[in-house]
Design a protein around this ligand. Structure first.
Ligand SMILES: *Cc1c(COP(=O)(O)O)cnc(C)c1O
Length: 360
């Protein structure tokens, strides 16, 4: 009943637009972590491969394994591997990011045991986000280890903390400067190393920092974190369901758990069969977030339940079984998400397993 329709021609459109935005010398890494931001990693990866993408990125080794088991041949970068994933990384020909001495040492140990050489890895540096990555001052340590390592360092990268924010931005400029210094140190070691810094918003706001590769996630799926840039992209997914039941309430009757909403007057209420377990978080309750029925705005009332929520349809002429749009091209997921105090990333990547993905 509840379906996420995914329009692959729009994915192709977005990819084409993104390619036009980056320098012809730069290449795209398509980020398909978190089940391709909820859109279905295997199908999206297959489509991207058909569209000529040669590098994919996932968060965990298990995500990479799923892609390999489903026949994906691209290079697959693992952004956030755990040292205990080493054997999986080797077995499924994944390319790990190495972001700490611990990761470097553990992976080297395993590769030496297996007498593997030139294993492709990507070095991640922390330039200010303080999430994950080597510190620039650890480059000396790395230099001391490089000749005796089993690695082929394919790329060196970092991640901006505020790429969606407008220029001038001192913090971002300092991150870029720090990355430039790291880049020149590595170029003096090996000129074949590639460099990358930008995610989706970065591609739009910092076009001079394309470097060799860019890492594109949310914009593939149609969102650019900016109203202007959004106009060039098409949301590839539309989430719809059907009204399960309609109730007529008198003044002072209540809706949902803990009597979360009280009718100030006669009200018609529709029950929509999608809830927490499907990715509609608690923040969407009682916050005037609209869904769309017969092209009219129906606001969510009361607390969200595990499998359902309720909307006010007093002024909408509709019936049980009528279609309900949670988000589509005209009412994009970022608007639904932001009205509820969430963001497109969280909403899309939370879309639950029991929602059918339908590829068109
Ligand atoms: C998720 C991720 C990206 C993609 O970011 P978007 O904003 O979705 O384009 C890029 N780089 C890294 C390291 C990531 O973890």
């Amino acid at each position: 009943m509840t379906t996420l329709n995914i329009y692959l021609d729009r994915l192709s459109h977005n990819l084409k637009f993104l390619r036009s935005k980056i320098s012809s010398k730069s290449e795209l890494i398509a980020v398909v972590k978190a089940n391709a931001y909820g859109h279905g990693a295997v199908e999206i990866a297959k489509c991207l491969e058909d569209l000529g993408i040669t590098m994919l990125a996932v968060a965990s080794a298990d995500e990479g394994k799923i892609l390999r088991k489903n026949g994906i041949k691209c290079n697959i970068i693992v952004f956030y591997p755990n040292p205990s994933d080493v054997s999986k990384i080797i077995k499924f020909s994944l390319e790990p990011a190495i972001f700490s001495k611990r990761m470097w040492v553990d992976l080297t140990f395993e590769l030496k045991k297996l007498e593997l050489n030139d294993f492709p890895v990507h070095l991640k540096f922390n330039t200010g986000l303080n999430r994950i990555g080597f510190e620039a001052k650890e480059i000396d340590w790395i230099k001391g280890k490089i000749t005796d390592s089993s690695f082929k360092i394919k790329s060196v990268y970092s991640h901006l903390s505020s790429s969606e924010e407008k220029r001038e931005n001192n913090f971002t400029d300092n991150q870029i400067k720090a990355f430039e210094r790291i880049k020149s140190l590595f170029l003096s070691i090996d000129t074949s190393i590639k460099f990358h810094l930008l995610n989706s918003s970065g591609v739009f706001n910092y076009p001079e920092c394309n470097y060799d590769w860019v890492r594109i996630g949310i914009s593939l799926y149609g969102y650019a974190n900016n109203i202007e840039w959004d106009k060039n992209l098409l949301p590839i997914a539309e989430l719809t369901t059907k009204i399960l039941q309609i109730h007529e309430l008198e003044k002072d009757q209540v809706v949902g758990y803990n009597n979360g909403w009280i009718a100030k007057q006669k009200t018609t209420v529709a029950t929509i069969p999608i809830g927490h377990a499907d990715g509609i978080g608690r923040c969407f309750g009682n916050s005037n977030v609209p869904v769309w029925i017969k092209n009219k705005r129906a606001e969510i009332i009361g607390n969200i339940c595990m499998d359902m929520f309720m909307v006010n349809i007093t002024n909408i002429n509709c019936a049980e079984g009528d279609e309900v749009v949670i988000f589509n091209k005209e009412n994009p997921a970022n608007m639904f998400a932001e009205t509820g105090g969430s963001i497109s990333y969280e909403l899309l990547s939370s879309i639950g397993n029991r929602i059918i993905r339908n590829y068109l």
